[in-house]
Design a protein around this ligand. Structure first.
Ligand code: AMP
Ligand code: ZN
Length: 458
């Protein structure tokens, strides 16, 4: 079966056929770096990471571009409030984003363009839009003329009235049409700004992505992704700018959008204040458990976030890692065809996860060593394709929440050695005392043919 993806443009699931089968080109909108990422922001990162890993398996090369928006009014506002220098604020936040997403097992994209490093490309694109009658200047601003594009609104399928109401675009006297949106705006001397034919100013958010995508992926590319909330106005406007700047050529073949992560049914967002940062959650849970939680629903469905769901995901991973621990030195084998088929069916991760349970069960129930090893290799390969089971089982079981008064690994190893020595000396009372003392500290010992292993419980 070939890869099938739901395309927002057609509202249908379609077979995916790359423009250049030698290299798939994908753009995903990245973070605006002014604050910690919340777990809702992590959903697209993890979902598109699975798509990236799958594409890399299916095609010889993939060029994955995910930008960093480091010039934006929210950033300017935050820096003004805190007195922090903008460059320091964005560098700190981008570094935190990288660390958090790496902890969730997301691979870095191939190119991570920064908006502030692509201003000339934006200025050039705006210039072309003005020349071709798709944009106009007014009071130091440059605006995109929505009526200049006959099929504006095709992606979000909104009527003209809905477009105007939904855009909540600033009502500004210099706009020729209420739906017109900003490409360039003037900066005051304290604000970041760049010289341009329209005076010192800064770009609007939408043109940033159009220009960065053009520079790194060309005029037409295969896939463009982001959360559902980006369809309108952000992606509608990117599409309008890019097509109009490129003489009407197709911009993107397949648009992919993830559903919302919710809390009690409401979208998790900074403005509602109902968010958990990835940074804080990583103190409480291993990154892989958070990742599995995010992949437990198909990406287009809403996913209600609870700590209990992460706890359950951790328990599931404990079972899978437990199965792998029984097969030391297991190596990654072929990804089972059913797992490939599930992922190729519009990234059906819940189905893939249910197959993992079967694979782990096959490891546990295997009648002989060869079949146990084969099942473990399949489980490992399937896991790695989804960015899961990437640790050594021993390391997984040693994980402890931040700040827990946990015994250090070395201390545990020393106590286990003392217990071995006591057992050897047939001092079973002492051996049991050490085992109980460790249990009281949340460390569980398991004696097996290969010696004693341990794990932190809870
Ligand atoms: P923002 O920082 O709001 O531009 O969001 C960055 C990315 O996270 C975008 O792709 C958004 O669509 C996505 N996003 C924001 N909130 C959520 C949420 N609650 N659930 C899923 N995706 C979200
Ligand atoms: Zn974008």
């Amino acid at each position: 079966m070939a890869l099938q993806l739901h395309n927002t443009l057609t509202r249908r699931q379609e077979p995916f056929t790359p423009i250049d089968p030698g290299c798939v080109r994908m753009y995903v909108c990245g973070p605006t770096v002014y604050d910690w990422a919340h777990i809702g922001n992590a959903r697209p990162v993890v979902v598109f990471d699975v798509l990236y890993r799958l594409l890399r398996r299916l095609y010889p090369a993939v060029k994955y571009v995910r930008n960093i928006t480091d010039v934006d009014d929210k950033i300017i506002e935050r820096a003004r409030e805190s007195g922090e220098d903008i460059a320091v604020l964005t560098a700190r936040t981008a570094a935190a984003f990288h660390a958090d997403m790496a902890a969730l097992g997301a691979l870095p994209p191939d190119v991570e363009p920064r908006a502030t490093e692509h201003i000339p490309a934006m200025v050039a694109m705006i210039g072309r839009l003005i020349e071709t009658g798709h944009a106009y200047t007014a009071e130091g601003h440059v605006l995109f003329s929505v009526p200049s594009m006959a099929d504006y609104g095709r992606l979000s399928r909104r009527s003209r009235d809905e477009l105007i109401a939904g855009a909540r675009v600033e009502v500004a006297p210099y706009k020729r049409d209420p739906a017109d949106f900003v490409l360039w705006k003037p900066s005051t001397p304290e604000m970041p700004g760049w010289d341009s034919p329209w005076g010192r100013g800064r770009p609007g958010w939408h043109i940033e992505c159009s220009a960065m995508a053009e520079q790194h992926l060309g005029e037409t590319f295969d896939l463009h992704g982001g959360g559902l909330d980006l369809i309108f106005p952000h992606h509608e406007n990117e599409l309008a700018q890019s097509r109009c700047a490129h003489g009407g050529t197709e911009f993107v073949r397949t648009w992919v959008h993830n559903g919302f992560l919710t809390v009690n049914g409401e979208k998790m967002s900074k403005s509602l204040g109902n968010f958990f940062t990835v940074h804080d959650l990583l103190d409480e849970f291993p990154g892989e458990a958070i990742r599995l939680t995010l992949l437990s629903a198909q990406y287009r469905q809403p996913l209600d976030f609870t700590r209990d769901a992460v706890r359950q995901a951790k328990a599931v991973l404990d079972r899978w890692y437990g199965a792998l621990r029984a097969v030391p030195g297991a190596e990654e084998g072929e990804v089972p065809a059913e797992v490939m088929a599930a992922l190729q069916d519009d990234l059906n991760t819940p189905r893939a996860v249910s197959l993992f349970h079967e694979l782990a069960g096959a490891v546990n129930k295997a009648a002989d060593d060869a079949s146990r090893r084969a099942a473990a290799s399949a489980l490992l390969a399937a896991g790695r394709l989804m960015g899961l089971l990437e640790q050594e089982p021993e390391a997984w079981f040693r994980w402890a929440p931040a700040g827990a008064a946990a015994l250090a690994d070395a201390e545990i190893e020393r106590l286990i050695a003392d217990r071995q020595a006591a057992r050897k000396a047939r001092d079973f009372a002492e051996a049991d005392r050490i085992r109980d003392a460790l249990a009281a500290q949340g460390v569980v010992l398991e004696d097996g043919p290969g010696g004693t292993t341990w794990k932190r419980s809870g």
